[in-house]
Write a protein that binds this ligand. Structure first.
Ligand SMILES: [Zn+2]
Length: 436
């Protein structure tokens, strides 16, 4: 199913160590936006502290800020939705933390405020050196943060605590859960506790945007690296974790992509979500038309119309179409016919450097043969939900334990490929009716 909305975390996901977007990631964002995919920045940051490279990036449509407690339009800057902590919960939280040494941050109206002593010496509260510049730049210092929190207790989207001691952090989290207050407690980084009203969370933010845009959860993808990304990774149709993600996040994701310093977002867009540039798409369409011509040869023989071509160095080196009935042979699938011809032409069973264009997702036999042939990648026209082994029923092409994985490009001339099949089966049904 084609993806229509992609939500992505920023720190540790889209942004590299320098807190910027690499040219590779930027191109992937632009390619996706051009294809009409809605891009959503999804972060624990307050709206005002989201860097301009994201907020003013024309590729983004929306921002889920403060871990889903606030949602903004990136186009107009308008706040579309917000959930705030209840004053009762805020008071319980203040009492519960008491005098323990923690750095306090409070988020309201898209802005972030911080305890003055913590903002001027954040390292004393356990903030790692990588986060110091960011906190100093983005937190407005407040002399008496507790008084500030009480004054604004009916309009806080989040309270963040910075806790250096992991034992104290664990205690505080347990006490917050035990308090019985309606809270969503999470963390984007080891030293943080991020506290919101229970209806916050990045998944809730995605749910809100899906309803607003009329998009199904299975038509979405989400990328992230930390605990506060887990709910949206589980909510999305395709949940993607970064290589640098926490282990428990990686385990629960559908796919693990490269880390944030190696354009993991761009890699996932291309390899898992089938998002490619316009020029590359046009090149793929050229060869898929040739595969469609092969499929029509099968139709002419009353065979299920599936066709493929194998391309090397920009040239078609082999063609194949389904001849299972004609040959009375299980092995006469389009892909195997083409693999045989390509190997004969190259004088080699290895199809390294080759790509196969196929009008329909391969079956388990052909997917197995493709892995065995060590082909670089396949480019798919249509998916086969009942029998496809490039991700639909299972994904034999990208089993990590095998010594070779095949890249998949998805959805090239998908409508034409689907129409060819549906016309064939429609005619078949009509003929059967006449015979009855
Ligand atoms: Zn097959």
């Amino acid at each position: 199913m084609a993806v229509k909305l992609i939500a992505m975390d920023l720190d540790g996901t889209l942004l590299n160590r320098q807190k910027g977007i690499s040219p590779e990631n930027q191109k992937a964002l632009e390619d996706a936006a051009k294809q009409g995919v809605l891009l959503v920045a999804s972060t624990g940051r307050a709206w005002d502290t989201i860097p301009d490279c994201v907020r003013k990036n024309p590729a983004f449509s929306y921002a889920i800020a403060s871990n889903g407690a606030e949602i903004y339009s990136c186009v107009t800057g308008e706040r579309l939705h917000s959930v705030t902590l209840s004053p009762g919960s805020v008071e319980v939280l203040l009492q519960l933390v008491g005098d323990r040494k923690v750095g306090w941050e409070a988020f309201t109206g898209g802005k972030a405020y911080g305890d003055e002593d913590y903002v001027s010496h954040p390292w004393e509260y356990g903030l790692p050196s990588s986060g110091i510049g960011y906190v100093k730049r983005t937190r407005t210092p407040v002399a008496d943060i507790r008084a500030f929190i009480r004054e604004n207790s009916d309009r806080l989207s989040a309270i963040d605590l910075i806790v250096s001691d992991p034992v104290v952090k664990k205690q505080l989290v347990e006490e917050l859960h035990a308090s019985g207050e309606p809270l969503y407690v999470t963390a984007s980084m080891d030293e943080r506790i991020e506290i919101h009203q229970k209806d916050a969370g990045k998944a809730q933010g995605m749910r809100f945007l899906c309803q607003r845009e009329g998009i199904l959860p299975e038509e979405t993808a989400a990328l992230g690296d930390a605990d506060n990304d887990l709910d949206m990774i589980l909510y999305a149709g395709v949940g993607i974790a970064m290589e640098n993600a926490d282990e428990h996040v990686k385990v629960q994701a559908d796919y693990v992509t490269a880390d944030n310093d190696h354009h993991g977002v761009a890699e996932a867009f291309r390899k898992k979500l089938g998002i490619i540039g316009e020029e590359e798409r046009k090149g793929h369409e050229f060869f898929m038309r040739e595969a469609l011509r092969q499929a029509k040869k099968a139709a002419a023989l009353d065979e299920v119309p599936i066709g493929c071509v194998i391309v090397k160095d920009g040239k078609v080196i082999a063609r194949g179409y389904n001849r299972r009935n004609t040959d009375q042979n299980t092995l006469s699938h389009a892909e195997l016919n083409a693999i045989r011809k390509a190997s004969k032409k190259l004088g080699d069973w290895r199809l390294e450097g080759c790509s196969m264009y196929i009008t329909l997702e391969p079956c388990q036999m052909c997917a197995g043969a493709l892995v065995q042939s060590r082909i670089d990648r396949i480019i798919l026209g249509g998916r086969n939900p009942k029998a496809g082994c490039a991700g639909s029923v299972l994904n034999l092409l990208q089993v990590e334990a095998f010594n070779h994985q095949v890249e998949i490009v998805d959805g090239i001339l998908a409508d034409e490929c689907a129409e060819l099949l549906s016309t064939f089966f429609q005619k078949l049904r009509e003929r059967k009716k006449q015979e009855c």
